[in-house]
Design a protein. Structure first.
Length: 133
């Protein structure tokens, strides 16, 4: 329970440097609308193309799982934390901040390792070197 309390205190310390208007700003409103539409259509086209070319959905699920697990567990938290530290000007020598920053930096190579192993497993399954049966 003390870990959660400490985490809340750190979050409040980070957010104390930000105005309420800046914290409530929505990111999609700052995005260029043309880029948003073109990226959405490109992703939709890629999905349709993959659906036409790949006969087994299990292959797609393997790749999606490899990407999403690595991003959600390793990359996103570490990148968000390091960017929040820089954006909000938090003192790196503050209590617990340096330790959390070190952990965030360790998570990036762990995420790369996890992603590499997952993609390798999916590719070996596709090529038939290993069977998932």
């Amino acid at each position: 329970m003390t870990g959660m309390k400490s985490s809340r205190m750190q979050s409040k310390a980070i957010m104390s440097h930000v105005s309420a208007a800046q914290a409530q700003r929505l990111a999609y409103k700052d995005m260029n609308y043309g880029i948003y539409i073109s990226c959405t259509l490109a992703m939709y086209g890629l999905i349709v193309l993959i659906a036409m070319l790949v006969p087994d959905i299990g292959t797609i699920i393997d790749f999606v799982c490899a990407y999403s697990v690595s991003c959600m567990a390793f990359f996103i938290p570490s990148v968000f934390y390091t960017r929040a530290i820089k954006k909000f000007g938090v003192d790196v020598k503050g209590p617990g901040v340096k330790t959390n920053l070190t952990i965030a930096c360790i998570f990036i190579p762990l995420g790369i390792l996890n992603f590499t192993l997952s993609i390798t497993s999916a590719l070996l399954s596709i090529t038939g070197v290993t069977s998932s049966d």
